[in-house]
Each structure stands twice: as C-alpha cells, then as structure tokens.
Design a protein around this ligand. Structure first.
Ligand code: PLP
Length: 392
C-alpha cells in the first residue's frame, strides 16, 4: 500500500514530457521531428560560467568544494546575489534574506508550504505554470486560478479581486510568463498591489505575493521587468538560474524574503522549515559558488529573439492569433478550431509537437517553445501553414 495522492501524482504523465518522449522515439526511428514541446534552453551558458566551474574545481581545496554548506547556503554566495540585486534595482537586500534551493521548483514548494495554512487559498493567474496546481494542492491549500485579461494576458485585477477571500494567503505571479511570454507591466503590478493591500487591510492579515522569476533576464525589445518587491512589499521571490544562465540540469536557484515582508523572519524560517522536511537543504555547493561569481552574467539572447520574431511573424501571417511575447521563450497561440488538444493531435500526426494549453488553464491555446534550432523552426513553417488552412 502506498500513499494514494503521491501515487496519482507519479502516475500522471506530464503532457509536455509525453510529447517530448514521443518525439525522441520518432527521431530514433529516423523521422524528422519538429519539437516545440520543452522549455530546455537552447543557447549555451555564458563562457564565464563554465570557466568558473573549472577554475573552482582546479583552484579550491577539493574537500571544501564538495562539502555541505550551511543549510541556506554559504554567506559569501548569499551576499553576492544580494549585492547584484541591490546594484541593479537600488534594493536593500542582505545575504540573510536568501536561501539557495535546487532551482525554482523547490523554492516554490518551500514558500507555498510555508504560507499554506489549513483551509487557506492560493491564487494563480491563468495561464499558469502547470506545476503550481500540485505544489499548492499537496500543501493542503486550495488552488484558485484567476483568468488573465483575454487580449493581453495581463492580470485582470477585477477578476482577481472577486476571488480574494478572507482565506486568501497568497497569489503566485510569473513574469515574464510561461507560457504566454508576456511581462506584467508596472501599471498592472501597481493595480495588483493596490488590491492586495486593500484586501489585506480589510481581512486583517497580509496577502503575500509569490513572484516566480525564472525568466527575469529573458527580455526582448528593451522591455522593463519591474522589480516586484519595489511595488508590493509583501513579495517573496522564487528565482532560478535554469534559464537565465542556461543551466537547468545544475539545479540552483533561491528564495528571497526581503526584510519589508510582513513577519519576514517567520516567513523565512517557515520556508526554511519546509525546505528541511522536503529534504532540500544545502543546495549544491559548487553551483552556489558559480552563481555567486556569475551573478551579473547573462547569455546572448540573439538566437531566442530571432526564433521569437520569425515564428510570431510567420504564424500571424498564416492567420494564427497570438500576443507578441516580449519575454521568456514561448509563444502561446489560439488553437484554430478552439480545441487545442485536437489541434495538437493533428500536428503530432505530422511530427509537429506543440503543447495543448489545458494544463496551463487555457484549453483553447497551444504553447510552442522557441528555444529550438532555427533551422528546425524554418522547416516546420509549411506544416503550421498547412494545418491552419482547413480552418480558414
Ligand atoms: N516556474 C516556471 C514558470 C517555470 O517555467 C519553471 C521551469 O520551466 C520552473 C518554475 C521550475 O524551474 P527550475 O528548473 O529552476 O526548477
């Protein structure tokens, strides 16, 4: 006998993974596959990242590099990350505000577990990263999706306000967004802050904002990604270097609880406690040192930008409807015919792998990742064009 909730979670295949593995099988059988399923970075980490991995291994005492660090990470690394954000945003963060995690996923789980209380509710904006639902539901809180504005995918603050109740503990936002690629504007975030401040005062407890920021550095056309804690003080950041330094397999990110967060010491301690029972303390020591040295490094985003504009221009010229993304590396496109699962199945029959939007809370959209080879993207265009013709 095993835990039935965990069994159900383990037996439910992620639709993205299934598509990806289907593609691998077709490719192994010698077929040409056009795989837009995964969000796996397709540009290399900045050269200094690899240089630091090598030089730390060459020059540091081997025992020290491979040993456990303090549970939240080394203070040197935590301070380096704080200083980089302070320089960039004029913030006043300290090393003590940070603890390192194995990427954004464990950071989110820890913060959600820290904030979820019996009977509480945690909101997320649709479209949302599919893992938010199991992260929240396994914490005992209820997961409450809030539809975004239809035409822009900005937060619909009126819809959000209607779903805030005395049980609302937190709202999860993700900008630049997976899957829409949209960046929430300063104006949107200010409206959100106004609603959360007002509702928090009305219900007599803070409503926390969990800002999930793995795509913070993946921005195009000079768009601004506002620093969320500047706009709403009760913001806890969950960050990852998976996409920003193109190293998802190295599993490194952090939770940041700024001092201005209400009950910040308790929130930090509860997130650290959650991290402890999840077995996540003490993120990889080598990676902590690398990200501390490379806190200000950024990869060259030219290839993502070229894919983004090529795919957006081509699809919209064929008649597809899509908000032009200015961040992350995805296009979220209205499915011709309105049923994204049916459309994705049709595409799959031609080895074009696109993700139906049901798991993102939008069953009438599909997601195409643009972290792919440009050559493959160009070859796929006639298939996209053919597929929409039967709907026009
Ligand atoms: N949040 C969002 C919005 C993501 O897209 C992802 C990964 O794709 C994660 C969190 C998890 O990131 P990590 O690989 O750092 O755990």
């Amino acid at each position: 006998m095993v835990n039935s909730t965990m069994l159900a979670l383990g037996q439910t295949r992620s639709c993205i993974r299934e598509l990806f593995e289907y593609g691998l099988r077709r490719a192994a059988a010698g077929e040409r596959v056009y795989d837009f399923s995964l969000g796996n970075p397709s540009i290399p980490a900045p050269p200094e990242v690899n240089d630091h991995f090598v030089s730390i291994l060459r020059n540091m005492d081997s025992l020290a590099v491979h040993s456990y660090t303090q549970a939240p990470g080394t203070m040197d690394a935590r301070q380096a990350v704080a200083e980089e954000l302070n320089q960039r945003y004029g913030a006043d963060l300290r090393g003590e505000n940070f603890f390192f995690t194995c990427g954004a996923a464990p950071a989110l789980v820890s913060v959600i577990r820290a904030l979820a209380t019996e009977g509480s509710e945690i909101l997320a904006i649709t479209p949302y990263f599919p893992e938010y639902r199991p992260f929240v539901e396994s914490s005992g809180a209820a997961f409450v999706p809030v539809p975004a504005e239809k035409e822009t995918f900005q937060i619909d603050c009126t819809a959000l306000e209607a779903r805030v109740t005395p049980r609302t503990q937190a709202v999860i936002v993700n900008s630049p967004n997976n899957p829409s690629g949209v960046i929430y504007t300063r104006e949107t975030l200010k409206k959100l802050a106004e609603v959360l401040t007002r509702k928090g005062a009305e219900y007599g407890h803070p409503i926390y904002l969990i800002s999930d920021e793995p795509y913070r550095e993946l921005v195009y056309d000079g768009a601004e990604v506002p620093f969320v804690p500047d706009i709403y003080p009760n913001t806890v950041i969950c960050y990852s270097y998976s996409k920003s330094l193109s190293m998802p397999g190295e599993r490194i990110g952090y939770v940041c609880v700024p001092d201005r967060v209400a009950d910040s010491e308790e929130v930090f301690a509860a997130a650290a406690g959650a991290s402890r029972i999840l077995g996540h303390v003490c993120a990889p020591s080598l990676q902590q040192r690398v990200v501390a040295a490379c806190a200000a490094s950024r990869p060259d985003l030219g290839a993502y930008d070229r894919n983004r504009t090529t795919l957006y221009d081509a699809l919209t010229s064929y008649g597809y409807q899509c908000v032009k993304p200015n961040g992350a590396f995805y296009l979220f496109v209205k499915a011709p015919g309105g049923d994204a699962q049916a459309f994705s199945d049709q595409a799959k029959a031609r080895n074009l792998l696109i993700v139906p939007g049901g798991d993102f809370g939008c069953p009438n959209y599909f997601r195409a990742s643009t972290c792919v080879s440009h050559e493959m993207l160009l070859e796929s265009l006639p298939i996209f064009e053919d597929l929409i013709k039967s709907y026009l």
